[in-house]
Write a protein that binds this ligand. Structure first.
Ligand code: NAG
Ligand code: NAG
Ligand code: NAG
Ligand code: NAG
Ligand code: NAG
Ligand code: NAG
Ligand code: NAG
Length: 594
């Protein structure tokens, strides 16, 4: 009897339940909490350049753009499982950049079945990460809120998102310390917290999150040591702690990171000697620290190394000959250390080396070893301040691969700028500044059609410069010929120099009228012509230089009224002083009738 009654109750109950779900289906509504959460999110956004939210109408939120629903179990309505509204919308062959302006509604936590929340790169969403996110969205696998204007802390509750695999909060204004409970996230594979304002120490407990593949904390205010237990992250492929204030020595457990391919620790205050490094590294940056000691011979075991920067440290001693066995190395930067010569010949076996920067070390390379010219892939040579004496080495004209960048500045080079420089037709950067070069500028320089940066300042160069500015095709962006003994004038051919941003001719003996065409170089940001013998009036065209941020025309023979208006009126008196004939703002007014 009781059984029969119960079964009737059950039948009625099932009837009601089925009816309910049919009804909601008919009304086309999605789950009420989801609808409330999404509606609240939408009302927090004041402006959406993608136009996606505009189309969020009606009650069936499962049909809205960016929303994915999933039927969790047979008796309930579908629930929102994914909200994907990234600012960067990409397809097979296009990428559209959109943005949303507004505040992240805390009601987003009503979407309690959510597995993926992607509000990345919407640029202008402010607000905070909801405090109770951990208890409200327990199914979350991906939380992507990067590239916004979020402030506040990472809530402690985040550690309750036990299914989280991907946490990307980078490029916001988040602050506070990193919650030590982050290490409880056992499935976490990607943790991107870079470019925020996090402070305090890196919690050692973070290393309990042992499935991490990528850990990026760069560009914060993190202090203290790199946790000694970092070696627990056995699967880690990429580690980036650069641009923080981390101190102390490198932990010895780094050698346990046998999957690590990229390690970026540059721009911290790390000290001590290099004792050990992860064995599988391909990319290593340690530049801008206070590391000391020799560059250890164990580098030869790091056979996958491709790119290494140890610049701006206090490494001393000579380079180990074992460096020569790094057959995949294409970039080596050891500039600004205390490395002594001679360079081991073995470096000449680096078949793939493209960029070599040994600048500012007491190497006393005098002369440059010829094998540098035999490195088959070398195209960027930076040997500034290496104590190089004598003439510009001739072997440079017959190197195996075309030279793109050549920096032999701050050495003791003497003799002439050779004509063969013009044969290095791939040059994009030539820096021979701060030497004792004494000659005219060879005509062949005008053949360097890809030259973007030409820095010859502080030498003893003489003669005219006009051929530099009458090139058929010019890529020049940066020209510094200051502090020489150059003579002659400037041609009125600057019309062609559309890319020029910085021109420094100061401290020479140049003299001609101020070319009107200089005012047509609209990219120009810096113009220094002081301490020369330039004559004539400042042409009105200069008023068109809207990008000009630095100007110095002082100590010349310029005359007449300074053309009235911006940008010329923005500069101080000292930009114009020492020109007896010059008047008008910001100098004294011109006398009427003169
Ligand atoms: C963000 O929105 C504010 C107004 O809320 C606006 O002033 C600002 O220009 C926007 N910033 C960007 C980068 O779109
Ligand atoms: C995490 O969840 C547990 C229970 O599941 C709860 O006791 C704890 O308060 C939660 N922690 C946070 C920070 O929300
Ligand atoms: C690193 O590996 C060594 C054994 O090679 C082990 O003794 C040590 O505990 C490991 N350290 C970490 C932090 O995993
Ligand atoms: C070498 O590293 C220093 C310091 O980080 C940097 O300023 C320089 O540009 C680097 N050299 C090259 C060729 O990239
Ligand atoms: C290079 O020239 C400077 C300045 O004249 C001098 O002090 C220095 O000793 C010279 N260095 C070498 C290696 O000749
Ligand atoms: C050329 O080298 C000198 C130092 O030797 C440096 O001060 C200058 O900035 C360099 N020029 C360019 C354009 O990089
Ligand atoms: C311009 O150069 C002169 C030297 O001729 C210097 O005294 C003055 O401070 C410079 N002014 C500016 C604004 O750079």
């Amino acid at each position: 009897m009781l059984v029969r009654q119960l079964s009737w109750i059950l039948v009625i109950f099932i009837f009601i339940a089925v009816g309910e779900s049919k009804m909601t289906g008919l009304r086309g509504g999605c789950n009420g909490n989801d609808l409330r959460g999404l509606t609240a999110f939408k009302s927090g956004i004041r402006h959406d350049t993608s136009g996606r939210l505009e189309k969020w109408v009606g009650r069936d939120c499962c049909k809205w753009e960016g929303v994915t629903c999933e039927k969790k179990d047979k008796n309930t309505v579908k629930r929102v499982s994914e909200l994907r509204l990234p600012g960067l919308i990409s397809g097979d062959d296009f990428i559209i950049v959109t943005s949303m302006e507004g505040t992240l509604s805390p009601s987003i936590i009503s979407l309690s079945a959510l597995e993926v929340l992607d509000l990345s790169n919407l640029v202008n969403i402010s607000g905070m990460i909801p405090r109770s996110i951990g208890s409200s969205l327990p199914n979350l696998r991906q939380l992507l809120l990067n590239g916004n204007e979020l402030t506040g802390f990472i809530p402690e509750s985040i550690s309750n998102l036990s299914k989280l695999e991907d946490l990307q909060l980078h490029e916001n204004h988040l602050s506070g310390t990193l919650p030590s409970s982050l290490g409880n996230l056992q499935y976490l594979r990607r943790l991107f917290l870079h470019s925020n304002k996090f402070s305090g120490q890196i919690p050692p407990s973070l290393m309990k999150s042992k499935n991490l593949l990528t850990l990026d904390l760069h560009g914060n205010n993190l202090k203290g040591r790199i946790p000694e237990n970092i070696g627990m992250l056995k699967d880690l492929r990429k580690l980036d702690f650069s641009d923080n204030s981390l101190s102390g020595t490198l932990p010895s457990s780094l050698k346990n990171l046998t999957s690590l391919f990229e390690m970026y620790l540059e721009f911290n205050v790390l000290e001590g000697e290099l004792i050990t490094l992860p064995p599988s590294l391909g990319f290593l940056r340690l530049d801008g620290n206070r590391l000391t000691g020799r560059i250890p011979p164990f580098f030869q075991n790091l056979v996958s190394l491709q790119k290494v920067s140890l610049a701006n440290n206090k490494f001393r001693g000579s380079l180990p000959s074992t460096l020569g066995s790094l057959s995949q190395l294409y970039f080596l930067n050891i500039s600004n250390n205390l490395i002594e010569g001679p360079l081991p010949n073995e470096i000449s076996s680096l078949q793939n080396l493209q960029t070599l920067d040994l600048s500012f070390n007491p190497l006393n390379l005098s002369p440059i070893p010829e094998w540098i010219g035999e490195l088959p892939a070398l195209c960027s040579i930076f040997l500034a301040g290496c104590g190089i004496k004598g003439e510009l080495p001739e072997f440079l004209q017959s190197v195996q691969s075309p030279i793109f960048e050549l920096d032999l500045s701050s050495n003791n080079l003497t003799g002439a700028l050779p004509n063969w420089l013009g044969d290095l037709t791939s040059l994009s950067l030539l820096n021979l500044s701060r030497n004792f070069l004494a000659s005219n500028l060879p005509n062949s320089l005008a053949q360097l059609k890809d030259l973007g940066v030409l820095d010859l300042h502080s030498n003893r160069l003489t003669g005219p410069i006009d051929h530099i500015f009458t090139m058929q095709k010019s890529s020049l962006k940066y020209v510094d010929l200051s502090h020489n003994k150059l003579t002659g004038g400037l041609p009125d051919s600057f019309r062609k120099m559309g890319t020029l941003q910085s021109l420094d001719l100061s401290y020479n003996r140049l003299g001609s009228d101020f070319p009107a065409s200089l005012g047509l170089v609209s990219a120009l940001e810096r113009l220094n012509m002081q301490k020369n013998k330039f004559t004539g009036e400042i042409p009105n065209t200069v008023l068109k230089l809207g990008n000009l941020k630095e100007l110095n025309l002082s100590d010349n023979l310029l005359v007449g009224e300074i053309p009235k208006g911006k940008p010329l009126s923005r500069f101080p008196k000292s930009s114009y002083s020492g020109n007896r004939g010059l008047c008008g703002i910001p100098l004294a007014p011109c006398r009427p009738g003169v």
